[in-house]
Write a protein that binds this ligand. Structure first.
Ligand code: SF4
Length: 221
């Protein structure tokens, strides 16, 4: 449907996806329901753009740096309560964002766009599960990105059969890239600069589409 050359850095690749989604809509009046992609496209900002701005379901593995290596409770064991704006810990006590805001009189949103939810010091001191939760800290903290809602939706979708099917179909697209590189020799570019890359990509994608169209013509018996 479209092709957009980009530099091989994550932000540029995400930007080219957005360009193609908008351009495909403007050119063909097509509104994709689902975007299937790999982890590089699973940042909170991109998921938020897809879900809340474009209304597209992300079949994308999310970038999750919250995994703990010391065997203590994972973030997934803390349940977010929307009404109370609090995480509920494994023994049912709340972690709230307010302490930091009150003490420092600053916005609770940190520079990395996350809000820290903290348990009460009193609760953690008395807790029998502290050694499984925050053995080296006085209280347990859980971070929540300001676009965590979109991340939660992506997490839920990743458990569906439709997601498994999407990931299987994604491999077919990867095969097209492999074909471009190996058969059409696009493993290196001949023309210079971004415009040269753009022209080569467009020509290669056109050739690929013509090849596909040729296959649709019935062959004489
Ligand atoms: S240590 Fe604190 S946050 Fe962890 S389970 Fe106990 S009370 Fe909850």
């Amino acid at each position: 449907m479209d092709v957009e050359a980009s530099r091989s850095i994550r932000q540029a690749e995400v930007g080219s996806t957005r360009t193609m989604i908008v351009r495909t809509r403007e050119t063909f009046d097509l509104y994709p329901e689902i975007l299937v992609a790999d982890t590089a496209y699973g940042s909170a900002e991109n998921l938020n753009w897809l879900v809340n701005k474009e209304g597209i379901l992300p079949h994308i593995p999310i970038i999750d740096k919250s995994r703990r290596k010391d065997g203590t409770f994972e973030k997934s064991e803390f349940v977010y309560d929307h009404e109370k704006d609090a995480y509920i810990c494994p023994i049912g006590l709340p972690l709230r964002p307010t302490q930091r805001a009150y003490r420092n009189r600053k916005s609770p949103v940190a520079a990395d766009n996350t809000i820290r939810y903290r348990a009460s010091k009193y609760d953690c001191q008395e807790c029998l599960l502290k050694k499984y939760c925050c053995p080296n800290q006085p209280v347990r903290n859980v971070g929540r990105h300001i676009y965590e809602g979109a991340r939660d939706l992506a997490r839920e979708l990743s458990l569906t059969d439709a997601y498994v099917d999407s990931q299987r179909r994604r491999k077919k697209v990867e095969m097209l890239f492999a074909h471009l590189k190996r058969i059409m020799k696009l493993d290196r570019l001949r023309l210079r600069g971004p415009n040269g890359a753009k022209d080569e990509f467009l020509l290669a994608a056109t050739a690929q589409n013509l090849r596909k169209l040729a296959k649709l013509i019935p062959q004489p018996v």
